[in-house]
Design a protein around this ligand. Sequence first.
Ligand code: ADP
Ligand code: MG
Ligand code: ZN
Length: 478
Amino acid sequence: MRYETVIGLEVHVQLNTKSKAFCSCSTEFGAEPNSHVCPVCMGLPGSLPVLNAASAEKAVLAGLALGCNIQKVSCFDRKNYFYPDLPKAYQISQMYMPVCLGGGVTIESEDGQTKTINLTRIHIEEDAGKLVHGEGADAEFSFVDLNRSSIPLIEIVSEPELRSASDARLYMQKLRTILLYADVSDCNMEEGSMRCDANISIRPVGQEKFGTRVEIKNMNSFRNVQRAIEYEAKRQEQVLSEGGTIRQETRLWDNNNNITLPMRSKEDAEDYRYYPDPDVLPLVLDDKFINDMKARLPELPDSRRKRFMEDYGLPLDDADLLVSDIKYASYYEEAVKAHNSPKMVANWVMGEVLRVVNDKNCGIYDTNISPASIGELVALIESNKISGKQAKEVFALAVESGKTPATIVKESGMEQVSDTGALEAIVQKVIDESPAESARYRAGEVKLQGFFVGQIMKASQGKANPKLVNDILKKLLS
Ligand code: ADP
Ligand code: MG
Ligand code: ZN
């Protein structure tokens, strides 16, 4: 029996607002435990939550960037459950009337196909607090940190339309790129700003009905999402091939042993006893608000990639890499604006600049070399002021010192001699000093060209423009 994997992802994204979803406490990461709390986010009786406008704005920006239908009226519901990090014993969420419906994410699958994965919905909800388990002398205690309690999240739910673990990873990566463009989250997966629950089932190829799904909770890296799905699909196949049945359950990804482990049998929506939150007003949006958000969105990656190929003549792979991060894309465009040589500039950004980004593990704007300097450097090469080899040195010096390439070239006297008159004088002098070689060259021994070039470079202290030297040499020796 051959099986097909069916995957739907629920992705939680922490919105990058300054204050929490329903109070004015700070959302700053890594603060002293319980230093960003108030009666509202601690869930004290009598406190009243009021939705922060920035949370609504960011949720709508995300929805617009993902092509969703923005709902003019959406409502908040209570999702009830007990856990020590949740003092109210419910989370404020949007069950029945979410802020966004529909939308989709387009991926370039590894099989070469372009696929659009439809979204079911996006809703706003608040995060829970965090349990910190004690160590050493505190090993028998657990502590509650409510700094994260009520930080705004959106949950992005896909239709069960993904068919492979690698497509699921590509979907996550594309989603992250788009959300970073829309500036709704820092999408920092290590800090948990973007985390994924994967729903996985398998069915015999050709069967329409979906199999029973298993949910794998809270994965926070692309690699883990892909590996967990691969593992889980194989596990389910094993169970079915042995005549067993799949239980609907929630499992955990065990990162150290590369397996999924059962966590609990899956609760259904009924178990949460969702009901409309009587304390929180519906979110009502007008056309002006939605249009203002549209105006705030930058050009999105797919459109930008197309434009890079059309306007700058870049190959697909270059355009893909340059738009994969909004900062790479704008850095590149600033450099091209400084010197209009799109392909050469792309090569320098993708090669040398991104190498520094990787080595220093820093942002592209923190490499110490500006986009204008990259433009200037390419201009110096193309006007024959410096050779490609020298350009690499200039680049390294620029990154080290923060000086511009033109300044470095001037200060180090690196500039190539491209003045034809001056070069002709040097070439003539070398020819005059080597009468025997000149005669042999003129008699047809053209391989002596190398000897002459070497002498000329020496005479010019390496500064002669090699291309001009060759031309002049041919002229004067012929
Ligand atoms: P819950 O919030 O309880 O997990 P939802 O109905 O919102 O349940 O579904 C969550 C996710 O499960 C969605 O992304 C959906 O696409 C996916 N899904 C639903 N049925 C299946 C299935 N049979 N196989 C794989 N994924 C599924
Ligand atoms: Mg779920
Ligand atoms: Zn608060």
